[in-house]
Design a protein around this ligand. Structure first.
Ligand SMILES: [Zn+2]
Ligand SMILES: [Zn+2]
Length: 438
């Protein structure tokens, strides 16, 4: 190795020092602005929490979002994408690239059991029935946090090199029966024509964990989720004379057992974990009638697209072959609307780790693999993305004690809101600064 002449080394080191100092100044300014926005973010979150709306029906929420973005002086605010989606474009004062930030806005058909003064009392129609509705997955916090980021970045737009697109997405939890929705529909409806396609996208999810902690991992992060429906067709007969027909209940029982042997006996479990679950099974009306058919539904989870394809093929083969062996017939239908693997681009993760550390400090943690799924994965099909988790436990609630997402007792600590705003805002600005023309 040759030593470079000192004359060349010193200006380079000074330039590096200068840019580090600039980044520190920017991070401090973001942290202060996030803190200053806290009361607004808390108010938005409580308002949205008290008025939850189901997927594709987020009309009040999206109107609130659009109104606030316009108030902040956004250059463009587009509404009505994928039913109720909103996209706000904030152009910085300096030339540069494009980055996107995403929040989801939909609630769930869950009856809130919390004692919060702003607990939901809302009912809405869901697949033909009136149901209680609750923000049981924290999307109220995600929407409020992203509005907080909009506030912070609008206040420092002169210093931002490039454009930030704010994506407020409907129906992350899935669309009502017979409808399309979510990230996939936003993309299909031309999201990246409305907002210029970004070169990176960031998003977060509230999750059980100490309040304000940021957890992340590189590569596969959340599972792919496929929904399956298996219909076993037999032949109806009297319960006392099974030989007179084909019993689909016994066949269905064999299929349920055999499906469990796919992850445990057939797949290489050293590559990535996978799960298959039958969650519903219906057949028959009476103790002494062997019914004509049985219907089962279930979910398939894994962390690798190759394993996903292989698993689905094995499920179909197992169900149809077992049915055929008994003279019955099984049809397997797979609905992949739940999305693929949420995959954090390793290069992007490495690139953004200093920004994560700057924003989260000693509250930065490694995330385990999460078997739940996220339709953030839809954006990551085309754009490198980083999706991370924001801890939201109540004070004194330890690991494993917090109510899970989708529980009627799901809780988001408001102390997590500012760390959420700070981290997303820091990621966006740091990314654009790295991309900025020198
Ligand atoms: Zn959820
Ligand atoms: Zn969620």
């Amino acid at each position: 190795m040759r030593l470079r002449p000192l004359a060349l080394l010193v200006p380079a080191a000074l330039a590096l020092l200068g840019s580090t100092a600039r980044a520190e100044d920017t991070n401090a300014a973001i942290a202060a602005a996030a803190q200053a926005a806290e009361s607004k973010v808390v108010a938005w979150r409580r308002d949205i929490h008290e008025h939850p709306e189901l997927g594709n029906r987020e009309t009040r929420t999206s109107a609130l979002v659009a109104k606030e973005l316009k108030k902040l002086g956004f250059d463009e605010v587009h509404t009505g994408i994928a039913h109720t989606g909103v996209v706000g474009i904030l152009k910085g004062g300096k030339p540069g690239g494009v980055v996107a930030l995403r929040a989801d806005m939909d609630a769930l058909p869950v009856e809130e059991k919390s004692d919060l003064p702003f607990a939901s009392k809302v009912h809405m129609e869901y697949n033909g029935a009136q149901v209680p509705v609750m923000h049981a997955c924290g999307h109220d916090a995600h929407t409020a946090i992203l509005l907080g980021v909009a506030t912070v970045l609008a206040g420092m737009r002169d210093q931002i090199p490039g454009t930030v697109s704010f994506v407020f997405q409907p129906a992350e939890e899935g669309a009502p029966e017979g409808e399309e929705g979510g990230a996939r529909l936003m993309i299909k409806e031309g999201l990246w024509a409305t907002a210029k396609q970004p070169t990176a996208i960031f998003g977060l999810h509230t999750w059980p964990g100490p309040a304000g902690t940021i957890s992340y991992r590189s590569g596969p992060t959340m599972a792919a989720a496929d929904t399956m429906k298996i219909v076993v067709k037999g032949k109806q007969t009297h319960g006392s004379q099974p030989w007179g027909g084909v019993d689909p209940i016994v066949v269905a029982a064999q299929i349920v057992q055999a499906l469990q042997l796919i992850p445990s006996r057939q797949l290489d479990i050293t590559k990535a974990p996978s799960v298959v679950t039958i969650g519903s099974i219906h057949g028959g009306v009476r103790h002494n009638i062997i019914p004509d058919s049985v219907e089962m539904t279930g979910t398939v989870r894994n962390f690798d697209e190759g394993i996903r394809k292989d698993m689905l093929a094995r499920i179909t083969r197992t169900a149809t072959s077992i049915a055929a062996a008994s003279g019955a017939e099984a049809t397997v239908t797979i609905d992949s609307y739940g999305g693929g693997v949420t995959y954090n681009d390793p290069a992007l993760v490495t690139q953004m780790e200093p920004a994560l550390r700057a924003a989260a400090g000693d509250k930065l943690l490694n995330s385990p693999l999460i078997m739940a799924s996220e339709d953030f994965s839809e954006y990551q099909q085309d754009i490198p993305g980083l999706f991370f988790f924001l801890g939201g436990n109540k004070e004194g609630v330890g690991p494993g004690q917090a109510a899970a997402n989708h529980s009627p007792l799901y809780f988001v600590n408001e102390a997590a809101l500012v760390p959420g705003v700070r981290t997303l805002a820091t990621l966006a600005v740091d990314y654009l600064q790295q991309k900025a023309p020198k």
